[in-house]
Design a protein around this ligand. Sequence first.
Ligand code: TYD
Length: 207
Amino acid sequence: MSGRFITFEGGEGSGKSTQVGRLVERLTARGLDVVRTREPGGSAGAEDIRALALNGAAERWSPMTETLLMYAARSDHLERTIRPALARGAFVICDRFSDSSRAYQGAGGGVDAGFIEAMDAAVVGETKPDLTLIFDLPVEIGLERALARGGADLRFESKGLAFHQRLREGFRRVATEYPERCRIIDASGDPDAVFARVWAAVEPVLP
Ligand code: TYD
């Protein structure tokens, strides 16, 4: 049986990591070989880069340097985790991937979109996701949820409302630019309701 590459994307506090866990559980219960992973990170080297990229003050790295760090991490992650898993027919469920670079560093940080696409073509190449779920939520609600939770991503959470508004618009643009693989998931409501939306999007792509 051939595997699938499914990515979860969205702004802060969208509840996407909880939903990643639920989907992994559901697919595992069906007897599928499932690899749960995340970005930045997902391999030993990429996790080291994650610590570098996410810790520290909000302005520690410029958006350009962030882009280079994210793609360095992504390259290692693809080589050591994602491609080997897909090659053996596993399902790879990844919490964030290239669309986060498009939204955070591109739409949010102002890095040239053409530059990001060139990096993506070189690093990701044909290993594009089969399905991308974009969790969408009003910015105020997402930030409220994220701040209540705390966490490792404080560098981005502290960037202010305007940044997060650009982020949301950036993700929505990704969904219109790549309609064949992207589905927008309404992230409002309780986790059961959101998971029903997730499953409705995933079931059609199952082998
Ligand atoms: P994480 O703790 O995984 O946050 P979340 O629960 O919101 O997914 O932190 C990941 C952070 O890294 C998040 O703020 C988004 C950011 N990021 C980028 O800016 N660019 C990228 O390419 C990726 C993959 C993540």
